[in-house]
Design a protein around this ligand. Sequence first.
Ligand code: ATP
Ligand code: MG
Length: 419
Amino acid sequence: MAPAPSDNPFAIGTLVTGDEFADRADELRLLEDELPSGGRIFLLAYRRYGKSCLICEALRRLEKNTGAIAVYVDLYKASSEREFWELMINQLVAGSREPVKRVVDWLKSLGGTLRPTFSVDQQSGMPTVTLGPVATSAELGRLRERALALPGEIAARGRHPVIVAFDEFQQIHEFDGGRLEKQMRAAFQQHRQVGYVFAGSKPHLLRQMAEDPNAAFYRFGRRLELGPIPAEAWFGYLKPRFGKGRIQVSGDALRRIVELAEGIPYYVMRVCRLLWPRGLRRQTIDISEVDAAFGEIVDEAGEIFAPTWEELTLAQRRTAAALAEGRGHEIFAEAVRKVYELGAPSSVARSLERLRDLGLVGHEGPTTTGARYRIVDPGFVAWVRRQRPRDPIVSGARAPTSAQEQGSQPKRARRRGRL
Ligand SMILES: Nc1ncnc2c1ncn2[C@@H]1O[C@H](COP(=O)(O)OP(=O)(O)OP(=O)(O)O)[C@@H](O)[C@H]1O
Ligand SMILES: [Mg+2]
């Protein structure tokens, strides 16, 4: 029987692991080699490059192959320091399968008004710890101290390594900034047999945390920067998946998928997910369908991009337009500043900084006029380029080269005369 559209093998918006996980062989090897012996890794990547999936796949493998107690803590799930500790304690308790009595004794030792409660979720069977509100800073200090010691205590008791992965670690700044980080470092560096991952989607912030000599985590671990997945690896992954639906995808169409998505996992999977039901109907996929699918994604993403665009100053928009049109390596050049009306180099630098803080722009090389800047989201690149004719501010901008035009603009959008 032919597969149904619901058998779509391209998962999106979930953590993809195991057989569904593509490539990342080198990164997985590094994580699997370093973490069980107490390695510490700073994992940096822009949004949607697949950090969370990589962490979860590495933790899954380490649990399976080394019996490690692997714990994943997503800082976006905590809106206060207390919630952060509650999350970490819960993950450690669940992952370590410590005897209930020991957990309860440990919780009692927290004392104060925290009044922790311990329950077991009926459905998942997972233990759940709930902490009451923190009344004083001394109480928060005690909770912090005890929670920070916990990974080391669990590792010392068992025969298996403990691995703690903090996702979106730059959020730690929101809680208490420098002091908390110093205490974390002081605690973690005493732990034997505990590996740590500090991951973040604002690479410049994480780099600062790990490489600024004044920062608490200065040289505390190795840096692992996650790029796109190379085209060859994608071809090997995508072909058999389309094959499950007996869908013929031409080599050109496959190349187009990876080209438009810039090899970024989220976009590759998103385009393929849209192509799957169409492929089932027609049994083939060609370049024009790939372009149309990407165009639809950009249309949809406009709902997210438009409010962000509204928040930008005109100078920042013009800078984004110049980057979207491939001027990132010469953004400070006089000719480019003139064409795009970007003003003095200092105002370009300010615009770039704001765009970077919003997670829209990244750069290779140091933050100097020599670095190459780029918009890190290919959907945003395509969307910004669509805004151009409607935005009189950049109407004097030079048209992109035909190679750029052909390379990243969906035909559907061109047909509509938007570009
Ligand atoms: N190695 C992979 N193989 C297949 N698909 C992947 C892979 N990595 C990521 N993806 C796809 O990309 C999507 C986003 O991945 P993930 O959530 O790991 O990115 P992220 O970098 O953590 O994003 P964010 O910065 O938004 O948290 C996943 O839902 C999945 O569809
Ligand atoms: Mg993530």
